[in-house]
Write a protein that binds this ligand. Structure first.
Ligand SMILES: *Cc1c(COP(=O)(O)O)cnc(C)c1O
Ligand SMILES: [Zn+2]
Length: 478
């Protein structure tokens, strides 16, 4: 199969291609992001009827395990694997689209016109499982046995479970004081080696990237969403929404934006569905950021930066990041899952916004928490970051950009139980502290205790903590 799939640099002036079973974090020639591309003409044609049939038969066919998965049910739309045995699946993506009839009028939509896509119903409680199943499949294809990520929480929870289930070693980087307990508890319970460095998400991501490039002797495979295979799996969120709507696209898809992998994946999903003539109308995309972590909002909405056929204004991005450095601005929001200042998928997000005629808005923490409470009151609940989508829907309705008659789907990215501290504080005023290095603690005594390992924010120390030899660090040419 995968002779018909390859990797390609998204920079239109480069477009270098690479075999599907090579491992790159970014284009080795120009440093741009990579896409997974398919030669659709030489592949079995994806058809809605096939997917629907798999759903209804619940996997009685030969490929029951794959048909059960809400990602691999759509495997003809992400055919990068060589054979079915390589697919790592834990039954992800069985999520549902709820008609939020009681919530709709509260935010200004007609009942029946607001649907909530509950990705918190995934095995580890967030949409990240959709992407991990695909990236682990690639990791297995290339024979990786150690996988790592930096995380605001949900990526590490998902990585830890998939690593555990597939017999790989999971390594997770968390910053200090920056992770919701629900998420940390998962990484520890699933046995990931959890390194806690003093720094924020952006610092963690920088270190884990260094680990994969400068300490190749450790053989660590990178699982952050800069990995294009993750986005392949996340496309399936769009397929499931379409399936639930009898393959009719809504007017709007609204999603919170952090590292911008999800919105990028949605854009790619629709670009391919259009190319395959499986859909004739493209929904509009709204990406909602937290006010305290709003680089895309600043660049796209305030400064007018556009994809521009791939020739987007990189200087504008550098200027913004230099301003952050100069003013010591760090991402800060109660919605910890989107507390990211330098999103790696920025170019792909611009591309998605271009293709889906998108808008970007920001909402403050108080508004996020109010809308989280609304989703709880009228639905199944969600974690703070997820509620940014509903808050954004209301804002766009108030602005008149969304009309009360429009069909709107908000992506609820994570489960209500992920961040109980935020919920308890909202409802009671009691401030339960999230993990703090300085908080008092006693030594854990359980036989399987797997406490986070505090490590200095330093590559040599990190390599030592992972059992490597820091003398072998490779110095990169700039
Ligand atoms: C990861 C995450 C996000 C942000 O998604 P990106 O793809 O990084 O933009 C939003 N909400 C939740 C709950 C998440 O776990
Ligand atoms: Zn390139």
């Amino acid at each position: 199969m995968s002779d018909h799939a390859y990797q390609q640099c998204i920079n239109p002036d480069c477009q270098a291609t690479f075999a599907i079973d090579e491992v790159h974090i970014q284009c080795p020639t120009c440093d741009a992001l990579l896409d997974i591309k398919y030669d659709w003409n030489r592949l079995p044609r994806p058809m809605w009827e096939i997917f629907e049939h798999r759903w209804m038969t619940k996997g009685e066919q030969n490929h029951g395990r794959l048909d059960f998965s809400g990602v691999w049910r759509f495997r003809e739309l992400l055919p990068f694997y060589k054979n079915h045995d390589q697919i790592v699946s834990i039954g992800e993506g069985r999520t549902n689209l709820q008609d939020a009839r009681r919530l709709a009028p509260v935010i200004g939509l007609k009942p029946g016109n607001l649907h909530l896509q509950y990705e918190g119903l995934n095995p580890t409680g967030s949409f990240k499982d959709n992407g991990m199943t695909a990236a682990f499949t690639h990791a297995k294809m290339v024979g990786a046995d150690k996988v790592a990520c930096a995380s605001t929480g949900n990526t590490s929870a998902s990585l830890a479970m998939f690593a555990d289930m597939s017999g790989m070693t999971g390594i997770v980087f968390i910053g200090s004081g920056k992770i919701a307990y629900g998420k940390l508890s998962q990484a520890l319970d699933y046995g990931a080696r959890t390194l806690q460095i003093s720094g924020d998400f952006d610092a963690c991501l920088k270190r884990v990237r260094e680990l994969t490039t400068q300490a190749p002797q450790l053989g660590v495979y990178l699982m952050n969403s800069v990995n294009p295979f993750r986005l392949e799996g996340q496309k399936s969120i769009m397929y499931r929404i379409l399936e639930a709507r009898n393959w009719v696209a809504p007017d709007w898809i609204i999603v919170p934006g952090g590292n911008l992998g999800n919105c990028s994946a949605f854009g790619k999903a629709f670009m391919e569905l259009k190319e395959l003539q499986l859909i004739d109308r493209i929904p509009r995309l709204a990406v909602i950021q937290a006010k305290g972590a709003n680089p895309l909002y600043t660049l796209y909405t305030e400064r007018g930066i556009r994809w521009n056929a791939g020739h987007w204004d990189k200087d504008a991005k550098d200027t913004l990041y230099n301003e952050y450095d100069r003013d010591n601005t760090k991402a800060k929001t109660i919605a910890s899952a989107i507390e990211i200042g330098r999103p790696v998928n920025l170019p792909k997000a611009l591309r998605a916004l271009d293709f889906m005629n998108g808008v970007v808005r920001q909402v403050d923490d108080e508004t996020i928490l109010e809308h989280k409470a609304l989703v709880g009151r009228y639905g199944f609940g969600c974690e703070p970051a997820s509620a940014a989508s509903v808050a954004g829907a209301r804002l766009l309705l108030e602005e008149g950009i969304i009309s009360p008659d429009d069909d709107v789907v908000c992506i609820l990215t994570g489960h209500q139980l992920k961040d109980p501290d935020a919920t308890v504080k909202y409802h009671t005023g009691i401030d339960v502290k999230s993990i703090q290095t300085e908080a008092p603690r006693t030594e854990p005594t359980g036989k399987l205790a797997n406490p986070p390992i505090p490590v200095a924010n330093d590559l040599a120390e990190i390599i030592t903590a992972l059992g490597g030899d820091p003398a072998q660090i490779q110095v990169l040419q700039q």
